[in-house]
Design a protein around this ligand. Structure first.
Ligand SMILES: *Cc1c(COP(=O)(O)O)cnc(C)c1O
Length: 908
């Protein structure tokens, strides 16, 4: 069997040109080379094919009529339907296909431009891309200003989205209904995957040449159902009805091997010399491409997701012995590799199939990147000048080892020369300091699947430890601490984060506090060895196209109108322009409009909740303006402290009941505890017992509170099931206040905090992650901070371990109800584990330390919202005006300048 990586069954890669003779002809058409240059090259091409090419015209639709023609063509040919049996889903498909046609034309031009200009490119490797829906995003990002249909006067223009909405209306369809037909591309767990999606949007918008690389999971993150208050996971088979946004490249098949053994020439014992890995199991990687459009540019980048397929090789020995069924079965095992996204967020589950996924993806991706580089015929030393590979967390760390293997085993480059190339190419983003999330692989599992890679890791470690030993002689303790191999029981493990650091030239954290923490805690030894300059910060951001323009059209219309940017919406490309909104904070008319937008979005959320609740309203829709909508939506995790939130809700409920018991009137209770809806949403990892119990508690509290006739609608609790990007787009614009209340030092950055602020919601939060920088940008008078600081966490945890945990009266009152069955009549002890974790097991997440200040801050929130609404609205306006820093466009500029050293490649 041929060693992996030496050949592909088909060496054609879309976006590249196989025949150099084609280059000039394409170049002229697509990049506008000088005519004389073209003439010289054109003459090398036979007249016949030249004429054919010149006649050939692929064009984008550029007005309503052309869109409609394209739409009808797709209905009748692509879908083989007629307009008479075209339902909403078919219309969604035809609209998407029409838009994709335009995108693909620009995609081709972008890729041709890259081939001819050959600048340095970025490769963003992420096991997760949480893209959400594509259609509305494509409509919004599409280059604006079309000529309107019918009597369009000269100089008139209309935004693409509006034009298509009108066209669809004429054809008998409602755009919003079509948008709802699209399933979410939910190939991610939460923040990390959504960050990758926002970065792709910003890189296209900023004309940065990038290819994203990931896996095309058949099943994305599971769909969450709530049954009797419990989370039930159901498979997310998002491809049931096909996917009009992807382009299958069936003609490209990259072989990837696993297991087997290492073969070396007779007498050669050095693992540093070229060695041949003879793989045991072999599968094929087939790419699917997703065009990623930028906003108001014709740059369209590529997101390439690999799918695993069986090889066409067949075990004839088995076949001939009559074991046909088993020989087919083995083939089918290949498909398991990309079947399923692992549903853990910030938690390592060291499963063999996960490692297989990772290597499959890294091998296919590196093969693609190396192949593309080799076409340029540049010397290998120029590889880091042409290629920047960003590792999104440690999941793609095998790519470091795979490139080293390609260079020494296949390209026969000397070890140190190869390692210099590797190091100049990679950079690594760390996403957490939590021990349980740090990736480690047992040596035996790893060595069996990837025997040659294990040798290479040992050699990397050997040279690395040699350098360390030179700088810090005889410090055995230091050497064992910093080693890539952890001498742990029951077995030694590879520390993937350490490998990523050693293999990269830059390591970044994702918010200032987090980037400081990694330097002083988990990577402190590496700072001691390398110095601090290898470790930098790039604070996360979000794309304002999706998280303002797309999810909150009313607010973005109000903003663009106010800034006089109705047509071009320049602020969406330069978010700090929003500071101009500060001129309007005292404008009462503007305040009124601002509040009306929030109210409309709250109505939209109210209806969404009604839909989820079988058509019954939980929220009183008549009182929305004086109801505080308090939201916590994110993955359910003890460190994110949804338990503290729900305990706070219970405290409020008990206090209200007490007032009633002591004879207070409804109005008197309302004065102290004005109308509030607590909204929760988020998925728990399927095997995470405590997170699932927290979901059950929230639903159990909702059950009691919502049907309490005394309380009426002064307090409602809602758990929104199946939180995902599309749900976020409805929930976030509706929030008055949202909760980002992680134990200080545990949330690396958070990105939903930024989304809420961008939509005019205020924040209650701990001094953690990007909350700190948000405070700096919007002003501390516009955010509700509380709780212990990260520098005190260690000591507090230590105290809990050795002394009794101090439970305040407030917390005591609430915890008591948990164990007497107020919220679990059938099983009184159901919520005991939550009580235990705080009272008995050392309260690792410091709920007891922060609870009273949390309650006090909630009280301040109520007071501000209900007793001085104008002040509240001003805070909201100030927040949006100063959220500009958190655009992912700013992140991408920082990555491009300080890590990748790449320049934009602007069209024209
Ligand atoms: C933004 C986002 C997240 C991240 O939320 P955090 O509060 O930062 O953890 C998770 N899930 C979805 C669907 C998101 O859009």
């Amino acid at each position: 069997m041929a060693p992996q990586g030496t050949s592909t069954t088909n060496d054609m890669i879309a976006g590249d040109l196989t025949d150099p003779a084609h280059l000039p002809r394409l170049t002229r058409r697509l990049t506008g080379f000088l005519p004389q240059e073209i003439k010289a090259i054109d003459s090398t091409i036979p007249l016949q094919s030249r004429n054919l090419w010149h006649k050939h015209q692929v064009t984008k639709f550029e007005n309503a009529e052309e869109f409609e023609t394209r739409f009808i063509n797709h209905v009748e040919t692509t879908l083989a339907r007629s307009l008479y049996n075209c339902d909403d889903f078919a219309a969604y498909e035809a609209t998407s296909s029409s838009l994709k046609d335009n995108l693909v034309i620009d995609w081709n031009k972008t890729q041709q431009r890259l081939t001819t200009k050959d600048p340095k490119r970025v490769y963003y490797m992420s096991l997760e891309f949480l893209m959400g829906k594509a259609l509305d995003n494509a409509l919004i990002n599409m280059k604006i200003s079309f000529i309107p249909k019918n009597n369009g006067k000269n100089g008139d223009s209309i935004k693409a989205r509006q034009m298509i909405k009108n066209s669809l209306q004429d054809l008998g369809f409602n755009l919003e209904d079509l948008l709802n037909q699209e399933p979410d591309a939910a190939l991610g767990n939460g923040g990390l995957g959504r960050l990758a999606a926002c970065f792709m949007d910003s890189m296209s918008t900023k004309d940065i040449p990038v290819w994203g690389y990931g896996l095309r999971y058949k099943y994305g993150i599971f769909a969450q159902k709530i049954i009797d208050g419990y989370q039930i996971e159901t498979p997310d088979y998002w491809l049931t009805k096909g996917n009009p946004w992807e382009i299958a490249r069936n003609e490209i098949q990259v072989p990837v091997t696993f297991y087997g053994y290492v073969d070396r020439k007779d007498g050669d014992t050095s693992t540093l010399n070229p060695s041949q890995w003879v793989g045991g199991e072999r599968v094929l990687a087939v790419p699917f491409d997703f065009p990623v459009p930028g906003f108001n540019t014709t740059t369209v980048n590529n997101l390439r997701l690999w799918e695993a397929r069986p090889t066409t090789e067949f075990d004839f020995a088995k076949f001939n012995s009559g074991d046909y069924r088993n020989s087919v079965k083995e083939q089918q095992r290949a498909e398991a590799i990309t079947a399923c996204l692992y549903p853990n967020d910030n938690f390592l589950q060291g499963k063999e199939l996960r490692l297989k996924q990772q290597y499959f993806w890294c091998a296919a991706t590196l093969h693609d990147i190396v192949r593309r580089f080799k076409k340029t015929q540049r010397p290998w030393s120029e590889f880091p000048d042409q290629v920047a590979i960003q590792l999104n967390d440690t999941h793609p760390t095998l790519a470091v080892v795979e490139l080293q293997r390609i260079l020494i085993d296949l390209e026969k480059i000397e070890w140190h020369e190869a390692w210099k190339i590797v190091n100049g190419t990679f950079s690594y983003t760390n996403h957490t300091v939590m021990q349980e999330a740090l990736e480690k692989w047992p040596i035996s599992l790893f060595g069996r699947m990837l025997p040659r890679h294990l040798e290479i890791i040992y050699d990397i470690n050997w040279f690395f430890l040699n350098q360390v030993e030179k700088k810090f002689p005889k410090d055995v303790d230091f050497l064992s601490r910093i080693s890539l191999i952890e001498e742990s029981s029951p077995e030694r493990q590879i520390r993937m984060a350490y490998l990523a650091i050693v293999g990269s030239h830059k390591v970044n954290g994702v918010a200032e506090l987090h980037s400081e923490l990694i330097k002083t805690t988990i990577f402190a030894d590496f700072v001691k060895f390398y110095g601090a300059s290898k470790f930098i910060n790039v604070t996360n951001g979000i794309t304002p196209r999706r998280w303002l323009r797309q999810c909150n059209p009313e607010l973005s219309d109000l903003i663009s109108g106010t800034l006089n940017e109705d047509v071009k919406e320049e602020y969406l490309l330069d978010l700090p322009r929003l500071t101009k909104l500060q001129d309007f904070v005292d404008d009462e008319n503007f305040q009124r409009k601002w509040n009306q937008v929030k109210l409309n979005n709250k109505k939209r959320l109210g209806n969404f909740i009604k839909q989820q609740n079988n058509g019954e309203h939980i929220i009183n829709m008549d009182h929305l303006n004086d109801t505080l909508i308090d939201v916590q939506v994110k993955r359910i995790h003890e460190y994110k402290r949804q338990q503290m939130n729900i305990l706070g809700v219970i405290h409020r409920y008990l206090s209200m009941k007490n007032m009633f018991k002591q004879g207070a009137s409804f109005e008197e209770v309302e004065k102290v505890y004005p109308r509030k809806v607590s909204v929760f949403g988020g998925k728990s990892a399927p095997g995470y017992f405590m997170a699932k119990l927290i979901i059950k508690l929230i639903n159990a509290v909702a059950e009691v509170v919502n049907r309490d006739s005394e309380i009426q609608d002064l307090l409602k609790v809602v758990f929104i099931s199946n939180y995902n990007v599309s749900a976020a787009e409805i929930i976030i614009p509706a929030s008055d206040i949202s909760e980002h209340i992680s134990t200080a030092g545990t949330e690396a950055s958070g990105t939903s905090n930024m989304k809420f602020v961008m939509n005019g919601g205020l924040i209650i939060g701990t001094v953690d992650g990007a909350n700190i920088e948000i405070t700096r940008e919007i002003g501390e008078e516009n955010i509700f901070l509380f709780g212990n600081l990260s520098e005190n966490v260690q000591e507090l945890r230590y105290d809990h371990q050795f002394h009794k945990t101090n439970i305040s009266d407030n917390l005591q009152m609430v915890l008591h109800e948990l164990v007497i069955g107020t919220f679990s009549e059938e099983n009184t002890s159901e919520f005991k584990p939550i009580w235990d974790s705080i009272v008995q097991h050392g309260d690792y997440y410091l709920v007891s330390d922060d609870f009273d200040s949390y309650l006090a801050t909630q009280e301040l929130v109520d007071k501000t919202f209900h007793s001085n609404r104008t002040e509240w609205i001003k805070k909201s306006i100030y927040s949006v005006a100063n959220v500009g820093f958190f655009s992912s466009d700013r992140c991408i500029e920082e990555y491009a300048g300080t890590i990748w050293n790449v320049e934009p490649l602007t069209p024209e």
